[in-house]
Design a protein around this ligand. Structure first.
Ligand SMILES: Nc1ncnc2c1ncn2[C@@H]1O[C@H](COP(=O)(O)OP(=O)(O)OP(=O)(O)O)[C@@H](O)[C@H]1O
Ligand SMILES: [Mg+2]
Length: 240
């Protein structure tokens, strides 16, 4: 099944300051949309709002045509998963970190164990299943956090700089693996980053957020042209 998310006239103010104003942003079913922009552009605030973890000051967010509101936020949230820059693991084993959210969402013990096995394998950490989360390296912990999110088999996946805390070689390896997994899964995904070199590995389309506004939007090629391939220093918001 494909899913879509449409945000219209969504605003967030904090302490009288505009954090973002989005006239329209759509995620089509099964696509990976990259949200890119400099530090402080409002990427995390927008991701939290679209994931219904932060209420907008005004505006509508619709999931497959159903507008999020007081009555349906909890059930909509159960169809999503979020991964942050820090792994945010519980102080228990890696296996439990993956199975607990599944059990909370009503997945049977047998099914939770099967999904955990599948996703720990897919992210290359099955051999660490009984390891305490606090004894994992940063890269292993981030793999755990991704495995936990994918095991939920969410319709909507939100990734907020999931590789940002990793060293360059680890990031490069995981980037390739994550790109392949996202291609295979066709999950409707918002991928936030300020490192635009990650984008071609993961996303088909890009929205550039600058000072709380979408200043560019299109396919990876439309937004970056050939410059992404040629230059490591060019930034899309400079020419916005
Ligand atoms: N809890 C808060 N209260 C007030 N202002 C906030 C709060 N959280 C974020 N902001 C402000 O909102 C703006 C956008 O922050 P946000 O964290 O969304 O940016 P970002 O694009 O994710 O940045 P980064 O790349 O550093 O993660 C910033 O000016 C920030 O200071
Ligand atoms: Mg952020």
């Amino acid at each position: 099944m494909t899913s879509s998310l449409v945000a219209e006239n969504v605003n967030l103010k904090r302490g009288g300051q505009d954090i973002f104003h989005i006239e329209k942003l759509a995620l089509h079913g099964g696509e990976v949309l990259a949200l890119v922009g400099p530090n402080g552009a409002g990427k995390t605030s927008l991701l939290l709002t679209l994931a219904l973890l932060q209420s907008p000051t005004s505006g509508n967010i619709a999931f497959n045509g159903v507008i999020a509101g007081n009555g349906n936020v909890l059930s909509l949230r159960r169809r999503m998963a979020v991964v942050f820059q820090d792994a945010l693991l519980l102080d228990t084993t890696l296996l439990h970190n993956v199975t607990i959210p599944l059990r909370i969402r009503g997945v049977s013990k047998v099914e939770a164990a099967a999904r955990a096995e599948k996703w720990l394998n897919r992210f290359g950490i099955a051999h660490l299943a009984s390891r305490k989360a606090r004894r994992l390296s940063g890269g292993e912990a981030q793999r755990a956090s991704l495995a936990r999110a994918f095991a939920l088999e969410p319709e909507f996946l939100f990734l907020d700089e999931p590789l940002g805390a990793l060293d360059y070689p680890t990031r490069k390896t995981l980037l390739g693996e994550l790109g392949q997994i996202l291609k295979d899964m066709h999950m409707t995904t918002l991928f936030v980053t300020h490192d635009f070199t990650e984008i071609p590995y993961l996303a088909s389309r890009v929205a550039v957020l600058y000072e709380g506004r979408i200043v560019k939007y299109g396919t990876v090629r439309e937004v970056f042209g050939e410059e992404l391939l040629e230059s490591k220093v060019w930034t899309p918001w400079e020419s916005a």
